[in-house]
Design a protein around this ligand. Structure first.
Ligand SMILES: C[S@@+](CC[C@H](N)C(=O)[O-])C[C@H]1O[C@@H](n2cnc3c(N)ncnc32)[C@H](O)[C@@H]1O
Length: 276
């Protein structure tokens, strides 16, 4: 099979994607998927060469729609409710009570899920917060979710989930907060709108700054797609976005200490957390 994208041009567009999104594509793993996407996109645009497509992507994409479509095609959005569940328990039982005591009472505690994919992660935070109850009765908690992929953000806003997405939620919690539909589950109306979702690229400083400051940042299962230089840049972005004393939590396969030394690593109940 021959594609418009040659192996040589894979390196060029790979470098462009890496520079703009931090996502590092490897030829042996990702060539086929990207080449197929470019063939179908070039076809839709009536273009007969990679050169024309790449020109449009770089120089004729003022609204960013072409880049957005490319991101939507290449990101890996795997997620489910209560994934790496211990971290949600540490959040509600340890981190939020501690921050509630130490942070000024006249402002909300703010939590960022970056990236949030289709919303399972930030809604898992909300489910833990409402089930635990203590802190949320005493002060406002705001949860914000961001992702570079606009299709997953649209799905998160609709909050309809498959059996697979909810499989790890204990039955009593599922029954309390979801409505069973003919296909899958819908988040109950009481919880819809409790997460503020945005399309944002973690490497876009302007977009990230607009989100404001946070007390807790969950960034799970994204850094694995980056190299160390990008991980370092993201770690420093989180550092700038955190209030003093705030925390970062990463996925189980991810780490921070090897790449930056600005955070204090702490272990709570076997969960590694990083404090500013
Ligand atoms: C595997 S999902 C992880 C979702 C969730 N945090 C979890 O652990 O279940 C990774 C997400 O990272 C997003 N992503 C990749 N690069 C990004 C970037 N530069 N800025 C924001 N989101 C990004 C992808 O679109 C994808 O939805």
């Amino acid at each position: 099979m021959t594609y418009l994208l040659s192996k040589e041009n894979f390196a060029k567009i790979g470098e462009f994607i890496y520079r703009k999104s931090g996502i590092y594509l490897e030829e042996d793993k990702h060539y086929e998927k990207l080449a197929k996407y470019i063939d179908s996109r070039a076809d839709e645009l009536n273009m007969d060469s990679f050169r024309k497509y790449f020109f449009k992507l770089r120089f004729d994409d003022k609204e960013g729609d072409e880049f957005q479509a490319l991101m939507n095609a290449i990101t890996v959005n795997e997620t489910y409710f209560f994934r790496e569940k211990d971290q949600f328990e540490v959040l509600v039982n340890k981190i939020l009570p501690e921050l509630h005591e130490s942070m000024p009472i006249n402002r909300p505690l703010r939590i960022l899920s970056s990236p949030c994919s289709t919303g399972e992660e930030p809604y898992s935070m909300i489910l833990h917060i409402v089930e635990e109850g203590k802190v949320v009765e005493q002060r406002d908690i705001e949860v914000v979710g961001i992702d570079i992929d606009s299709t997953v953000i649209k799905k998160a806003q609709i909050a309809k989930y498959s059996e697979r997405a909810v499989h790890a939620i204990p039955k009593p919690i599922l029954n309390r907060w979801f409505v069973k539909k003919s296909l899958g589950y819908s988040l109950s109306e009481d919880l819809q709108g409790t997460v503020d979702f945005h399309v944002a690229n973690i490497f876009d400083k302007t977009q990230m700054r607009k989100l404001g400051k946070f007390d807790v940042i969950f960034s799970r299962n994204m850094l694995i797609y980056f190299d160390d230089a990008s991980r370092k840049e993201v770690a420093m972005t989180f550092y700038d976005m955190l209030n003093p004393g705030g925390y970062v939590l990463l996925g189980h396969a991810e780490y921070m200490s090897r790449i930056v030394s600005v955070f204090n690593a702490k272990k709570i109940d076997n969960t590694l957390i990083y404090q500013k």
